[in-house]
Write a protein that binds this ligand. Structure first.
Ligand SMILES: [Zn+2]
Ligand SMILES: [Zn+2]
Length: 242
């Protein structure tokens, strides 16, 4: 915890340079961590499947959210995981730039509709990883988003009971297996309580699905989720390359 505070302090004292392109940014810019050019290159995720937000296939129903558990009603992401978004997440997650939580949440609040009364629940880290990193990037985002949306953040309802391997190198099936039964949840205080899960990146949705399954098992029925970035599906990658 102390190390992470020192790292945050160091970040505050360094001259401002954009985390995505490295160019020096005027210290007078309201948030000098990401330059205006890189912000303008963040690409919003257009509307897709009603439930998961993924681009729909040319024919037939959405396959992306087919195996998601009951209870996970909708998931939206603010931007595609392009180069700039990837750099922002990396610095927020591994380099101690917790102030990026505000930049990230600001963009989410800008492109997402206010979800109405709910509890924001960040995807928890395991205890070991939390000790190692000093903070949970999803919780940092949730806190900032809660301020923008004026929605309370709840960090007690969901816990990670099993440390999971990094998902980066895994196939979709292995991801689902890796996070299955990783979470436990407390029951809802009232039947009508709504939860909005918060995470930094959506790749296959396996983590959100596992968290929603644990909540649903305890009686939560109205669960949505928001993420800052979303991994580029193949079709979108092709479009952007053109
Ligand atoms: Zn930049
Ligand atoms: Zn879908």
């Amino acid at each position: 915890m102390l190390t992470s505070a020192l790292v945050a302090l160091e970040r505050l004292l360094l001259p401002n340079s954009c985390v995505a392109c490295g160019r020096v940014v005027a210290a007078t810019t309201p948030d000098a961590l990401v330059c205006a050019a890189c912000r303008s290159r963040l690409r919003p995720v257009p509307a897709g499947c009603d439930r998961c937000g993924q681009p729909l296939p040319p024919v037939g129903p959405c396959r992306f959210c087919r195996d998601w558990p009951a209870g996970l009603d909708w998931v939206t992401s603010a931007v595609w995981l392009g180069q700039e978004a990837r750099a922002m997440i990396h610095h927020l997650k591994y380099e101690g730039y917790t102030r990026l939580g505000d930049t990230v949440a600001e963009r989410m609040a800008l492109v997402m509709r206010h979800p109405g009364p709910a509890l924001l629940v960040p995807i928890p880290l395991g205890a070991g990883r939390l000790r190692q990193r000093g903070y949970n990037q999803a919780a940092v985002i949730a806190q900032a988003l809660g301020r923008f949306w004026r929605i309370p953040v709840d960090r007690r309802t969901l816990a990670r009971i099993r440390e999971t391997k990094s998902q980066t190198e895994l196939t979709p099936a292995e991801r689902a297996e890796n996070v299955a039964r990783a979470f436990v949840a407390a029951p809802p205080p009232r039947r009508q309580s709504r939860i909005i899960l918060v995470d930094d990146v959506l790749t296959t949705g396996a983590t959100l699905a596992a968290a929603a399954a644990a909540l649903h098992e305890m009686g939560w029925t109205r669960i949505g989720a928001v993420t800052f970035a979303r991994a580029l599906p193949f079709v979108v990658r092709l479009e952007l390359a053109r």
